[in-house]
Design a protein around this ligand. Structure first.
Ligand SMILES: *Cc1c(COP(=O)(O)O)cnc(C)c1O
Length: 221
C-alpha cells in the first residue's frame, strides 16, 4: 500500500511547529522564515507548495535551479544554498535573490565584481563550517571574523547573515549556538540554520530562516 505524501499538509504542520518553537523561545513566529528546499523535487510537488502561498525557495545548484524555475520566477524569492563555483557567479548573481554560501575571498571578489557589472545585489550569507568537516564548504569558525571583515572592507560587500550545516552525526544545538555567537559579535542579524530534522532546535537557538526539504516535499528523487 502506498500513501501519497501531501506537501500542503506538511507545510501547515511545519509552520505550526515553527510557531510553537518560536513562542517557546520567547520569539515571534513571523521572525522565522520557512525556506522550502525544492532541489531534486518533481515540479508537481513544487507547484503544490507554490499554491499554498509559499514564496521563499532554496536550491543547491545554479543550473538545476535555472531549469526548474524558468517561467515561474515571478513573486518568488530564490536562495542558493549549495556551493558556488566562481565560473557560475555570473548566472548566480543574475538569477538568485539570496546567496547563502559565500565562503572564500576568491568568491567574494568575483561576486563583488559581477554585482557591480550587473547592477544587481543579491543578499549574501557567509557559510560557516561549524563542525570543521573536511568535505564540507564554509569558512572555519576561527577564520570567520577575519573573513567577514575582508568581505566588508576589501570587497565592499554587505553580509546579511550566516549559514551553517552541522555535522549529521552530532547534536546540532552547539553548532547553532556557535553560529549565533559569531553573528552577534560581527553585528549580523540573520541566521540560516536548521533543516528537516532539527529546525525546531534551530529556532530555539535564534534561526531567522530554516531550510526544509524532505519534511516538506517528501523524499528527494
Ligand atoms: C538539501 C539541503 C537542505 C534540506 O535538507 P532536508 O533534510 O531535506 O530538509 C537544507 N540545507 C541545505 C544546504 C541543503 O543542501
Amino acid at each position: 500500500m502506498t500513501h501519497s505524501f501531501d506537501p500542503a499538509a506538511a507545510r501547515a504542520d511545519i509552520l505550526t511547529r515553527i510557531a510553537a518553537a518560536a513562542k517557546a523561545a520567547g520569539r515571534e513566529a513571523a521572525d522565522v522564515a520557512l525556506v522550502a528546499v525544492s532541489k531534486q523535487q518533481p515540479w508537481d510537488r513544487v507547484a503544490t507548495i507554490l499554491e499554498t502561498g509559499q514564496t521563499v525557495f532554496g536550491e543547491n545548484r545554479v543550473q538545476d535551479a535555472m531549469a526548474a524555475w524558468e517561467g515561474h520566477r515571478e513573486g518568488v524569492e530564490l536562495r542558493l544554498i549549495g556551493p558556488l563555483q566562481t565560473n557560475k557567479v555570473k548566472e548566480a548573481v543574475a538569477f538568485f535573490d539570496v546567496i547563502e554560501t559565500l565562503d572564500r575571498e576568491k568568491l567574494a571578489a568575483a561576486l563583488a565584481q559581477e554585482m557591480t557589472k550587473q547592477g544587481r545585489t543579491p543578499r549574501l550569507y557567509v557559510q560557516v563550517n561549524t563542525g570543521e568537516e573536511e568535505q564540507k564548504a564554509g569558512v572555519i569558525p576561527t577564520q570567520a571574523d577575519a573573513f567577514i571583515k575582508a568581505c566588508r572592507e576589501t570587497h565592499g560587500l554587505v553580509i546579511e547573515g550566516l549559514m551553517c550545516i552541522p555535522p549529521a552525526e552530532e547534536p546540532p544545538g552547539p553548532h547553532f549556538a556557535l553560529l549565533a555567537k559569531i553573528a552577534a559579535r560581527n553585528g549580523i542579524a540573520k541566521l540560516s540554520m536548521g533543516m528537516s530534522d532539527d529546525f525546531e532546535t534551530a529556532v530555539r537557538f535564534g534561526a531567522t530562516s530554516v531550510r526544509v526539504g524532505s519534511a516538506l516535499f517528501g523524499p528527494r528523487g
